[in-house]
Design a protein around this ligand. Structure first.
Ligand code: VGL
Ligand code: ZN
Length: 210
């Protein structure tokens, strides 16, 4: 049981769902699964973060500029919006990433809030020690986010029934899950998460400074 956990919904955006520029197969079903977690975390008054891929038009991450991907999630376009079926509570903290023209921005751990506060700094300030992570895409942004969170010393629980991958090569998503687990991520599903999502709503302990 963790003292302070938060939900992180990764890149549940229009462009990553069927009909979008870089669709994950069944991305829309992942959105439905994420909604059930959003409900649970909201009920328990746990913090909720939603990352978004938030690229400039000139991103080097795009094929047209020498990168790997069709243009997607360009700031301010319809495709960059959160999926319309995603039920984000009003107090969701949005984390943007991939905003520099040279930046692939796969990891939400490199993202910033709307005020420009680095996500990782905010997590530490809020004394959160575990992230429950679901979203898109398993083999890119979810993978990179989870690996970097673990490296930064956070505990991570991967929500295996609320993720979906691109699978450029068949099996990429399965390999990504294995790699995350090997690196220390725990896994759960909605049916078994139950009382594990526990946190203490008392103020975080003070860190003495002088
Ligand atoms: C992603 C490919 C390119 C992701 C973002 O969100 O997983 N994948 N940009
Ligand atoms: Zn991207």
């Amino acid at each position: 049981m963790q003292r302070r956990g938060a939900l992180l919904v990764v890149d549940a955006q229009v462009d990553f769902c069927p009909g979008g520029a870089l669709p994950v197969p069944q991305g829309d079903l992942v959105v439905q699964a994420l909604n059930r977690y959003l409900d649970l975390f909201k009920q328990r008054s746990a913090p909720i973060f939603a990352s978004r891929d938030w690229h400039p038009k000139k991103s080097k991450h795009f094929k047209e500029n020498g990168g790997e991907w069709p243009a997607h999630c360009v700031q301010g376009t319809l495709g960059s919006e959160f999926h319309p079926a995603l039920m984000l509570p009003g107090d969701t903290i949005v984390i943007s990433k991939g905003m520099a023209p040279w930046d692939d921005g796969y990891s939400a751990m490199q993202g910033v809030t709307e005020n420009g506060t680095p996500f990782i700094m905010l997590l530490r300030r809020m004394e959160l020690d575990r992230l429950y992570v679901g979203g898109l895409a398993t083999d890119f942004c979810v993978r990179q986010t989870v690996l970097e969170a673990l490296k930064a010393g956070f505990s991570v629980t991967l929500l295996t029934d609320a993720i979906g991958g691109v699978d450029l090569r068949p099996g990429d998503s399965d390999r990504a899950v294995a790699e995350m687990v090997h690196s220390g991520a725990d896994v759960t599903t909605l049916a078994s998460i139950g009382a594990a999502v526990v946190w203490d709503r008392s103020p975080p302990p003070r860190h003495g400074r002088g």
